[in-house]
Design a protein around this ligand. Structure first.
Ligand code: HDE
Length: 734
């Protein structure tokens, strides 16, 4: 019986490189170039436009195997969409650690061997909407990474917000039902702005912290390439000696985290439902590879009870001011999938996909997820063999006795399909720990069976207050406006009132500002005292007293802005008679700095410059809009400007960009266009001078100004991304 002899070193790849997954996928790719069309049986087809009939006017014959096969495939083309995170977009890439500094904490090779580039597949998603819903809705974004490591697949299935709505997985079905469209009407789609969600939220004070994040601009990212990612839970690293360390995992985009503005996000939902998907796809096609830095917050086991929040409570984060983030490596996304269904739709993530050196904790939200993800894949794939689908296969070798089932692909050889066995010489063998065998962390656990929640989970407000206090005034304003929208859609006044009561426990100022916009009274102190479900005031008070930081600048996007021009989209508005030289110089400067320039005009075709040169239009007014760009520029040229001054869509393009706080540049006659577009409250350069003025991100130059300085100032304004100091923006209609 079994393996008395020490097994050989595991066969197959013992290390991976960035191409390992691509090479594996290559075996499954099917290229139609210069091939005949065939049936699934490989029989060549000579006619696919008419079914086989008895006479040219029918009826159709059941013996038409080609028709039957073609139709059957269509009929069975869909699988159940994900119950949450149905709408997603994905990309391939690799991860590489900077050095081996994590070795003292984890034995995970992909995190500690700086020589190894581990292939990854990352899927970004919204949560609430169905598969065809708009990308730019206010929602949490999923950020799920599958690492195809040399020691097996590791999945980091995170979000772009570091905390979650609820503390215990048993509340997840309630949360999802509440946030999804109403069960009777299936309305509204892809939004939390309705009675059911806010009813649930107002009755569940533990949601309050996450709600503030969702009301913040984090929930309307400018791009999947420009948002943070968080593992959310406290996980556990385990080193060679078997010693554990608590760890939180974070992704930071190298381009910085940036957001849309709400008006823009809503309009994009109509103008380009695929905005985030397209942005990711096009960036990778252009070579603007998204890059993310992985960092960790490490907490020694002996510090488990050191904080005034529980590390196992997923509604809490660890302020960076208490435990700093340590950068550990970089991920680059450099290849789009070949096939959406085969890869993006079929990829199956699971927080329980762990490799040696990483383990879970007792966080009751995480524990529930460890059941749900496998279960949900069985619903989606109708078979436990979904792990054999190419995108889900590890690049590490797979050997086991798992049985048959729908769509078994691998052909297991030999007689023995059980263990221990002697008929198969004890194969496959058990891997000792030093040969990569996974050994669960030996945490001591004991307790009474009890359906309860720890008292250490009962403070639902301190970190919400911390978040609110850490916001800049602009960020606070956006949170309040978002609450006016979301709660403004709630028909029942008692729900709105209850929600304001919860906000009052976070900050009186927040509650007053929210109440002012949704037609309810500012809560009195006695309203504030009354509590929702599941709260124990005494315990909560105790926890709140110990709150260790009052403000955490790391939580503010505004305070942590990365100023860059890389991959920013600039629209250039022209009509016949524009100044070609000015355009050429600015375009060159922008392109060299990594931005992308799009020529926009009323109609497609060629436009003629004042010197007779011709330029091709990339987008017409009807197919685009300012919301699809980060900045706009209108070159001088009297005729071009005059035409645009009489063109409503051009004027709207300019005024809307101003309203959305984007950088705008023009010179000479273009200044008149800005005035006509209703841009007030900024100072302009004298049109005939050599001066250049930057006023609230509106760059204007006199016709004699120096081109290089004009370009420099415009680029500096684009790098700031948004110019919030435009108080006059609210007077712009629409
Ligand atoms: Fe998920 N979640 N989740 N979730 N989740 C799913 O699994 C679930 C939670 C996250 O791109 C489902 O394959 C439970 C937190 C992402 O394919 C499902 C609980 C975080 C994705 C599921 C949570 C996430 C999912 C649906 C509470 C951030 C998309 C389809 C206990 C740390 C992955 C699927 C992809 C998807 C269950 C809470 C992230 C139903 C039960 C917290 C990024 O299994």
């Amino acid at each position: 019986m079994n393996n008395e002899n020490k097994p050989n070193k595991p066969t197959g790849s013992s290390s991976v490189n960035e191409n390992s997954k691509n090479e594996q996928l290559e075996q499954f790719r099917n290229d139609n170039t210069d091939q005949y069309m065939t049936t699934d049986q490989g029989v060549r087809i000579n006619h696919t436009d008419d079914s086989l009939k008895s006479g040219s006017r029918g009826p159709t014959l059941i013996e038409d195997f080609h028709f039957r096969e073609k139709m059957t495939h269509l009929d069975h083309e869909s699988i159940p969409e994900r119950v949450v995170h149905a709408r997603g977009s994905a990309a391939h890439g690799y991860f590489q650690p900077y050095n081996d500094s994590l070795k003292q904490y984890t034995k995970a090779r992909f995190l500690t061997d700086p020589e190894e580039r581990t292939p990854v597949f990352v899927r970004f998603s919204t949560v609430v909407g169905s598969r065809g819903s708009a990308d730019t809705v206010r929602d949490v974004r999923g950020f799920a990474t599958k690492f195809y490591t040399s020691e097996g697949n590791y999945d980091l299935v995170g979000n772009n917000i570091p905390v979650f709505f609820i503390q215990d997985a048993i509340k997840f079905p309630d949360l999802v039902h509440a946030i999804k469209p109403h069960p009777d009407s299936e309305m509204p789609q892809a939004t939390a702005a309705h009675d059911n969600f806010w009813d649930f939220a107002s009755l569940m004070p533990e949601t309050t912290h996450m709600l503030l994040w969702v009301l913040s601009d984090r929930a309307i990212p400018r791009s999947f390439r420009m948002m943070d990612g968080f593992g959310v839970h406290t996980f556990r690293f385990v080193n060679e000696a078997g010693q554990g360390t608590f760890v939180k995992l974070h992704w930071r985009p190298l381009l910085g985290a940036h957001s849309l503005v709400w008006d823009e996000a809503q309009k994009l939902g109509g103008k380009d439902t695929d905005w985030l998907r397209r942005d990711l796809w096009e960036a990778i096609e252009k070579g603007d590879y998204p890059e993310f830095e992985l960092s960790v917050q490490l907490v020694p086991e002996e510090d488990e009870f050191k904080y005034d929040f529980d590390l196992l409570d997923a509604t809490k984060l660890i302020p960076e001011e208490i435990v700093p983030r340590v950068p550990v490596g970089k991920m680059v996304l450099n290849r789009n999938p070949d096939n959406f269904f085969a890869e993006t739709e079929q990829v199956a993530f699971h927080p329980g996909n762990l490799v040696p050196g990483i383990d879970v904790t007792n966080d009751p939200l995480l524990q529930g997820r460890l059941f749900s993800y496998l279960d949900t894949q069985l619903n989606r794939f109708n078979s436990s063999n979904f792990t054999e689908v190419p995108i889900n296969r590890p690049v590490a070798p797979v050997h086991n006795h798992h049985g048959a089932g729908f769509m078994k692909m691998t052909i297991g050889k030999g007689k023995a399909n059980y263990w221990p066995n002697s008929t198969g010489d004890g194969n496959p063998k058990m891997a000792p720990e030093d040969e990569g065998g996974y050994v669960h962390y030996t945490e001591k656990v004991e307790g009474h069976k009890i359906r309860a929640r720890s008292a250490s989970f009962r403070d639902h407000y301190s970190q919400a207050t911390l978040f609110w206090n850490s916001m800049t005034e602009v960020e606070k304003k956006h949170i309040v406006e978002a609450a006016h929208f979301e709660l403004g859609k709630v028909e029942r006044e008692d729900i709105r009132r209850r929600m304001v009561g919860n906000f009052a426990k976070v900050s009186k100022e927040l509650a007053e500002r929210v109440a002012a916009g949704i037609g309810v009274d500012v809560p009195t102190d006695s309203d504030i005292e009354s509590t929702g479900n599941f709260e124990d005031n005494a315990a909560s008070e105790k926890m709140r007293k110990g709150n260790s930081v009052k403000e955490s600048p790391a939580l503010s996007m505004e305070r942590n802005k990365v100023e860059t021009l890389a991959s920013r989209r600039v629209a250039v508005l022209i009509e016949d008679g524009f100044d070609c030289n000015e355009l050429a110089q600015l375009k060159q400067a922008l392109t060299e700095a990594g931005a992308h320039v799009t020529i926009v005009s009323k109609l497609l075709g060629m436009r003629t410059a004042s010197n007779g040169e011709q330029v091709k239009v990339d987008k017409s007014h009807i197919t685009t809009g300012s919301i699809l760009f980060d900045a706009i520029y209108i070159p001088d040229g009297e005729k071009s400007i005059r035409t645009q001054m009489n063109e409503g869509k051009a004027l709207h393009f300019v005024s809307e960009a101003f309203k959305h706080c984007k950088a705008i540049a023009t010179s000479g006659h273009g200044i008149e266009l800005l005035r006509k577009a209703g841009i007030t409250g900024v100072s302009y350069a004298e049109p005939a001078s050599d001066k250049i003025t930057d006023s609230k991100g509106v760059i204007t130059a006199g016709s004699e100004a120096e081109a290089a300085s004009f370009a420099e100032m415009f680029m500096a304004a684009i790098k700031k991304h948004r110019h919030w100091n435009r108080e006059e923006k609210d007077s712009i209609p629409a």
